[in-house]
Design a protein around this ligand. Structure first.
Ligand code: ATP
Ligand code: MN
Length: 507
């Protein structure tokens, strides 16, 4: 009788007549657990559906903690074993999906305001306790990664992915409020000239029979697109074209880098937010990035409180396992608050090199890469020293040597540096990379020659410098790096639902 569909309201009269005459049951509408927990003890009948976290007790009543993904909190179901069939009770195990009809009452126990006194329980899908991997105990992150198809059922990962949604939403809201247009740039492209990283090839060749030219090279003319193509490493170049027409745009899409860096901060497939703005100089660019980061962190603090509280406690517990000198000075919530309350420190690359050269870990050769002098590329250890030890707040490094940066960055008058900027965050290192773009055609083509970048492949890019060129700037924010910072998770594999890393493309 449980599976009767609710009867349409325009037959309302008929139902109540039938109800009296035949004692028909109408099924109350399903309510999400988040909404129920925020409601009063109405004493009304309701329906909840979700996955069993735990079952405990027995006689005279047993308790089910039920979660439906709408909140980190479970609703408590109180059930009388006399009212529920023995078979059903047996199948109420961790991981099973169930539907419960019962009354919303004030909770007797601590920890929740309302609970449900079950009248009927239906098993929607069993979860064999011998086989279901996520039993209610602490599992290692490595174990959870192997169970990525189920790990969102845990408190930690459901919190992480609710926050991921909120941060994405906040980013769209931030740019929308500022009059930026969200622009979809291509995933398949023929340009890797940006040199941002190793690319993944895109082809529909039969890999066992690749057509070759007379010179023994792969004959891309016969490939799907008639030329060599790859997955995008960045939407920037197309973003620039759009900014030079729409004014201010941003992309938010997947990017792909075949970099073989097996670190806790690199993925082969990651999401990037890339705004491009006409008429912005480097300083405007830095200010926009700071404003955006503060906006989204504030949004998370205001809208993801319960999930953040949970993750903060988790991060604290993790931290306690570490040796004293590796522990965080501030808790997760304090770190987020700290970002809001402090101006980011703007430091030129040249000043940063001096600080690093004279730093203790450099002099005592504690860095893996010793900073000898100007021109050195900064490694993550140096970035983290600047942020965590020296300035103790987010740092924006700007005006980098042109030789360690991309061809499109605007050349400064000193002939040595370009108008680049990187934002460095505590615990993360680089979270944003950006620059003012070179808008002067002659300077741009001269730099491309120096760097052996063929002009004919980027003719369309150069056209923007020929027709109505103007100063403009932009940056890329690695969305998962932002996620790491906001959630306090330690590994980038744990802030994207299905990570793609070297030797791993499961699920
Ligand atoms: P890194 O030096 O950390 O590898 P990058 O200099 O290669 O970064 P950019 O090319 O400037 O990075 O990309 C812009 C942003 O994208 C970076 O600031 C970072 O937040 C993010 N990012 C870059 N590579 C990755 C990756 N493999 N996985 C996740 N995020 C990344
Ligand atoms: Mn990189």
């Amino acid at each position: 009788m449980f599976d009767k569909k609710p009867i349409l309201s325009n037959f309302g009269e008929l139902i109540s007549m039938n109800y009296k005459r035949n004692n028909f049951m109408t099924v109350p509408a399903r309510v999400k657990i988040k909404k129920l927990l925020a409601s009063e003890a109405t004493e009304q009948q309701t329906n909840v559906k979700g996955w069993v976290r735990t079952k405990r007790g027995g006689k005279p009543v047993f308790f089910i903690a039920l979660n439906d993904g709408s909140t980190i909190n479970n609703i408590q179901i109180v059930a009388d074993p006399e009212l529920i069939s023995e078979n059903t009770i047996k199948d109420i195990t961790t991981g099973a999906a169930i539907s419960v009809i019962g009354k919303v009452v004030a909770s007797q126990g601590a920890g929740q305001s309302v609970e449900i006194v079950a009248e009927q329980i239906e098993i929607l899908g069993k979860a064999d306790p011998e086989k279901y991997p996520l039993q209610p105990k602490k599992h290692s992150m490595e174990f959870m990664r192997e169970k990525a198809h189920l790990r969102m059922r845990s408190s930690t990962f459901s919190a992480v992915f609710r926050i991921r949604h909120s941060l994405a939403f906040a980013i769209h809201q931030f740019f929308h409020e500022k009059g930026f247009y969200n622009l979809h740039t291509p995933i398949i492209t023929a340009n890797d000239a940006e040199g941002a990283g190793e690319t993944f090839h895109v082809t529909n060749f039969d890999l066992d029979k690749i057509p070759m030219t007379d010179e023994g090279k792969v004959d891309y003319k016969q490939d799907f697109f008639g030329k060599e193509t790859n997955l995008t490493v960045s939407g920037q170049l197309e973003g620039e074209l759009s900014a030079m027409a729409l004014g201010e745009i941003y992309t938010f899409g997947p990017t792909f880098r075949a970099e073989n860096s097996n670190t806790t901060r690199h993925l082969a497939e990651f999401w990037m937010v890339e705004p491009e703005m006409a008429f912005y100089d480097l300083n405007d660019n830095m200010n926009l990035a700071e404003e955006m980061l503060k906006y989204v962190v504030k949004y998370a603090l205001e809208n993801c409180k319960e999930d953040l509280d949970f993750l903060a406690k988790r991060a604290d517990d993790e931290d306690k396992q570490k040796p004293q000198n590796e522990r965080q000075e501030l808790g997760l919530l304090e770190r987020l608050q700290f970002i809001l309350e402090n101006d980011f420190e703007k430091v030129s690359y040249t000043d940063a090199i001096e600080i690093l050269r004279n730093s203790k870990p450099n002099k005592k050769k504690k860095f893996n890469y010793i900073i000898e002098g100007w021109g050195a590329d900064l490694q993550s250890e140096h970035e983290r020293f600047l942020v965590e030890k020296h300035f103790k707040k987010p740092v924006i490094l700007f005006d980098y040597p042109k030789d360690i940066k991309a061809f499109y960055m605007r050349q400064n008058d000193d002939d040595k540096t370009v108008g680049a900027m990187d934002i460095l965050f505590p615990g993360i290192g680089e979270i944003v990379g950006g620059s003012q773009r070179e808008e002067r055609l002659d300077k741009l083509t001269q730099r491309m020659k120096e760097m052996d970048i063929p002009e004919d492949e980027l003719w369309w890019y150069l056209d923007t410098r020929k027709f109505g060129t103007a100063p403009h700037s932009g940056f890329g924010l690695g969305f998962e790096r932002l996620m790491l910072f906001v959630t306090g998770m330690g590994n980038i594999r744990d802030v994207i639902p299905f990570p793609r890393t070297p030797d791993n493309a499961e699920f």
